[in-house]
Design a protein around this ligand. Structure first.
Ligand code: EPZ
Length: 420
């Protein structure tokens, strides 16, 4: 097994370039199933989840050629609209092929994604949405079958009981080929949803309102190929911002879109972090003054992102005072807290509230990663801790952070992959 060994306490200075967003690249790869045209995607991060999605769409019948961050996909006419268990069990975002396959092929058979460490993660809103577009949904042997009417999906009103990121993306991709108009109500507003809409428009889709909670789609008969560059990863950016806030000499984070991180930057500044928007694509962060504890509640975009909650908790262990962190999106997203406590953090959990009392000196030790963002949190804690930290089960981290050890080593961290 692989683990990450970190020698803590080193100042971080220099330049880190952020990769394309995993959570924008995944729906973009899936959207390529909607056309026989050639889709060329740039800035695709080389991470496990992307390789899984590439395998999944190849399994369906598309050809995928990847070369240094650019993916060329062609989904011809003989597609087998199935997402098998052995792939879906490793990446629940496989449900993103449901909408495109139902729209393109008139049917889809997708293994029900299991839950994961952070919650039960149902896809009922995806299925309800497909029903609103005329599909029949059946479940058997752990698979979901979605069957469109003979003439294909028909436009309809999809009202989400709460915003769902991949649910919104999945339904967008179903609606673009449905006959007539569709309206998505209470839609997710994340930048990754807008990036998908931009790609779909380049392919010939008629979409407006993306980025707001009401999205209108006028179905078209077919879509063509397109070329598109994926947006930067705002969560990777936020993770390195926090590294700099904890240990920065001067950390310059490049190739980012600062506007996607407004809620994170605001909270970090409230905590005393020194963050400068150097130019349209560069953030600079320093750690020149003591941090103060601030409260944060995770919300759907444009609120504070749940995917930054674990990393922010690591930061709050280094702040003076009491920080109340409330997680409102997932039901079990504090598994990093017991691991931080083993490093010396003072954290009490009460349901979806974590109370962090800082500042505490963290001490390096062996810790266990439980999910993608918890792993990032433990890396940040290891960078700040005294002594050696070994983060186990780093396969979680490799799902979503491209070249993390290389990027951190490049700015002065002592971090390497070891065999354990
Ligand atoms: C996306 O997951 C992201 N994944 C997650 O990032 C992110 O944490 C999450 O959005 C919230 O921002 C991808 O984009 C691939 P949701 P998603 O549907 O779409 C419930 C990471 O770290 N729900 O917005 O699965 C759900 O259980 C990952 O990169 C239903 O009940 O999240 C959750 O409580 C982790 N029924 C809430 O809604 C449904 O049909 C929001 O989930 C769908 C969701």
């Amino acid at each position: 097994m692989k683990a990450l060994q970190i020698a803590g306490g080193r100042r971080l200075s220099g330049d880190i370039s952020v990769s394309g967003a995993k959570n924008a690249a995944l729906p973009a790869l899936s959207a390529s199933l909607l056309t026989t045209g050639r889709v060329v995607l740039h800035r695709i991060p080389n991470v496990v989840d992307i390789r899984t999605m590439s395998r999944l769409i190849e399994n369906i019948g598309a050809t995928v050629a990847t070369d240094s961050g650019t993916c060329c996909i062609e989904a011809g006419n003989d597609l087998e609209p199935i997402a098998p268990y052995e792939l879906v069990k490793t990446m629940r975002a496989s449900s993103l092929v449901l909408g495109p396959l139902a729209a393109r092929c008139g049917r889809a058979r997708v293994s029900l994604p299991g839950g994961c460490a952070i919650g039960s993660r149902p896809i009922d809103m995806h299925l309800e949405g497909l029903r609103s577009l005329g599909a029949t949904i059946r479940q058997d042997l752990g698979y979901i079958e979605a069957i469109a009417p003979k003439g294909g999906l028909t436009g309809g009103r999809i009202s989400f009981r709460r915003p769902t990121v991949t649910g919104t993306e999945d339904m967008l991709m179903a609606a673009v080929l449905a006959k007539g108009e569709s309206v998505l109500v209470n839609a997710a507003r994340e930048p990754e949803v807008v990036d998908l809409a931009n790609l779909l428009r380049k392919m010939g889709a008629c979409i407006e309102g993306d980025g707001t909670s009401t999205i209108r789609v006028e179905g078209v008969d077919s879509l063509g190929g397109a070329e598109h560059s994926i947006i930067p990863d705002r969560i990777e950016t936020g993770t390195y911002l926090i590294a700099g806030a904890m240990l920065g000499g001067e950390l310059r984070i490049r190739d980012v879109l600062p506007d996607h991180l407004r809620p994170v930057i605001a909270k970090m500044k409230q905590a005393g972090s020194e963050i400068e928007i150097r130019d349209a694509t560069t953030l600079v962060v320093r750690n020149n003054r003591p941090l103060v504890s601030v409260d944060v509640t995770t919300r759907e975009h444009p609120g504070f992102p749940t995917d930054m909650q674990a990393q922010f908790m690591a930061l709050m262990t280094q702040a003076g005072g009491v920080s109340n962190i409330v997680e409102t999106v997932f039901e079990n997203r504090f598994m990093h807290a017991p691991e931080l406590r083993r490093m010396g953090a003072n954290i009490d959990i009460d349901g979806n509230l974590a109370v962090v009392r800082g500042k505490t000196q963290l001490t390096g030790t062996d810790v266990m990663a439980s999910d993608l963002r918890a792993s990032a949190c433990l890396v940040l804690a290891g960078l700040a801790a005294q002594g050696r930290t070994v983060v186990h089960r780093i396969y979680h981290l490799q799902r979503g952070y491209e070249r993390l050890t290389e990027k951190l080593t490049g700015v002065g961290a002592s971090i390497k992959i070891i065999d354990v």
